[in-house]
Design a protein around this ligand. Structure first.
Ligand SMILES: *Cc1c(COP(=O)(O)O)cnc(C)c1O
Length: 376
């Protein structure tokens, strides 16, 4: 937690549950990534946290933006981003959304199927398009591979088709999976894309951009390699596979930009045991799966949790949310331990919760309001 967030929580004691985001940390993360990948243009993946304070801070730093839907396009424009800085990066778009983005001046559109390509040709004629390739997501705590991307063979065909549909076959993209902790995933994907890139150029296609997606990890309960390690591995892989004929390089980070800039402050609602002899206590918080912590699905993202009793003797716990839904369990198998002195009514913090939390909160399941947010 940044000193600014610590001061805010101590002095303001905001009602829980709430998310507090230090926007200066967002800016620092953007600059750290730019320093690690000096050749890349950064398109912030808006879906990670679309708060106006985050977007306008990034606009001020000259960031570009990856929007998943027309509402995100409009949020970027409202934050002062020029339309030319926005990419419509979802491969699944309503025709009306494509048409509205085109009318607003959004220049770049993603696709991974012939059907989507036809929609773009019809509703955003002449625009730049890039094809998303299916790559391995091993090493990612939050994989994305099954839903998106196409094979190299079909990408080759689709890029040729894009040109014949009057679109500009601008580039190729991939996503190695979110919270990707293995630099080798990027190296392997760059190798795959480079072969197709060269092949397309030899066939006369004017392809000139490679989009490495997002995936850069943040430290949750476990440490992760620093961003410099990813920068180095990616830089070397690009040099190895492209030599002097460097394409334009794009990255679309979401989690890395906002993740460790946010803290969730929550209250312990109940600490109980199933039976007197059960060593495992159940700790129920006033935030759970439906309050924004959707990425605890499958216990995939393991937030670091701190209490005011840290240092006291600790014991095993299961951690759950406050709703009447049996799925509202955060951690049962991930071997969390919390101080034995932890009691109901006390505040606890979940760290690095700035990404993929605020927008995942339900509208009022069990009567709970969406998560309160403070941008400082
Ligand atoms: C979600 C997403 C991103 C951001 O991924 P992170 O792992 O948060 O960096 C980037 N690009 C696309 C297409 C996405 O869907």
């Amino acid at each position: 937690m940044t000193p600014k967030i610590a001061r805010f929580l101590a002095s303001r004691q905001p009602a829980t549950p709430c998310l507090v985001v230090d926007v200066d940390r967002v800016a620092e993360n953007f600059c750290a990534l730019q320093a690690a990948l000096p050749l890349a243009r950064i398109y912030y993946a808006v879906k990670a946290n679309p708060a106006p304070a985050v977007l306008s801070r990034l606009v001020g730093l000259g960031s570009f933006f990856d929007a998943a839907g027309i509402e995100e396009v409009e949020a970027c424009l409202a934050a002062g981003a020029p339309a030319s800085s926005i990419s419509f990066g979802n491969t699944i778009k309503k025709s009306t959304a494509i048409a509205r983005a085109h009318a607003a001046g959004v220049p770049i559109y993603a696709f991974d199927s012939a059907e989507e390509l036809a929609k773009i040709a019809r509703h955003a004629p002449g625009r730049r398009v890039y094809c998303r390739i299916l790559v391995e997501n091993a090493g990612a705590d939050w994989p994305l591979s099954r839903k998106f991307g196409t094979t190299i063979e079909s990408a080759r065909e689709l890029m040729l088709q894009a040109a014949s549909l009057g679109l500009d076959p601008y580039g190729l993209s991939f996503h190695v999976g979110s919270q990707q902790t293995d630099t080798a995933a990027y190296e392997a994907a760059i190798g795959r894309v480079a072969m197709l890139f060269t092949d397309l150029r030899e066939r006369g296609v004017n392809v000139r951009m490679v989009n490495l997606g997002g995936g850069f990890p943040v430290a949750y309960r476990d440490e992760v390699p620093g961003i410099d390690r990813f920068g180095l591995a990616i830089g070397n892989a690009i040099a190895r596979h492209f030599g002097n004929a460097l394409p334009e390089i794009v990255v679309e980070p979401g989690r890395f930009i906002v993740g460790d800039a946010g803290v969730v402050s929550a209250e312990v609602v109940l600490v109980s045991r199933r039976s007197k002899s059960d060593p495992v206590r159940w700790v129920y918080l006033d935030i759970g799966r439906f309050g924004g912590l959707a990425e605890t699905e499958g216990e995939a993202i393991k937030y670091r949790i701190t209490t005011t009793h840290d240092g006291d003797e600790a014991g095993p716990v299961a951690i759950a949310g406050p709703t009447c839904d049996g799925a509202d369990i955060l951690y049962e198998r991930a071997n969390y331990r919390l101080p034995l002195s932890l009691a109901c009514g006390e505040r606890i913090e979940l760290h690095a919760a700035g990404a993929y939390v605020s927008t995942y909160a339900s509208q009022g399941f069990n009567g709970f309001a969406p998560l309160a947010e403070h941008y400082i």
